[in-house]
Write a protein that binds this ligand. Sequence first.
Ligand code: GLU
Length: 275
Amino acid sequence: MKQLRKISLLFMSIAMVLVIAGCGAQSKANIATTAKETKTINWGVKADTKLFGLMNIKTGEIQGFDIDIAKAVTKKILGKDGKANFVQVTSKTRIPLLKNGNIDAIIATMSISKAREKQVDFSNSYFAAGQAILVKRTSSIKSVKDLNKDGMVVLGVKGSTSVINMKKYAPKAEVLELDDYAQALTALKSGQGDALTTDNGILYGMVKENSDFAVVGGTFTHEPYGIAIDKGQGEFKNEVNKALAEMRADGSYEKLLNKWFGDIPGFSVKEASQQ
Ligand code: GLU
């Protein structure tokens, strides 16, 4: 009899665990549905990255290529009165903010990588970036190889693939990790490092306002950007991919690429659009 009670108790606890687990899975809202109900998509975007997502302090608006893509994708999915709501993220905070449901998607200079694919899903690529370095124009550093020496200090941003890649491309250099790109650029300008490393497009954005710095040596990685979406949101991911494909087909994608990158010396819009 005692044995029987023990067994039935065991079954009851297993059943309870299953019910709780089931509730947990259900409590994650279907973003494709909630976006249509609220007529809003909540996008995690950079606000410190010129050309991709930068806060305009005069208007309080965030502007850039990622922002324009997010706005266009929102309209394609939700129609004319669909609203793109922007939440600021950094390279380090973007995945946690997505995982805890604060944002519906990340469009923030985020490279598709195997490691990240364990946590999130990605849309098809919308920008073919590659890592490069930024140095003072007068610097003797001409490529990433010149950084592979004891005593070299390379500046980067926490949570970026760029700082991880340094272990491979310049293992002897010390990597100093800052919280965001505004801080990393300030550190470079004040001489706290010999170079700053991240994607070429981001670095060109920095050069635009700091002409005594230059991007040197070309790109040494291939790291296309994708829109990150939480796992289990396949319907929303399909909608995003469909919107991106429509933008490529109707010319609006190319228009935006040219708007932000068309006049940048040394930057190939054609290469950036490759999938
Ligand atoms: N694309 C790289 C990454 O996803 C560097 C840019 C960034 O920090 O967002 O990590």
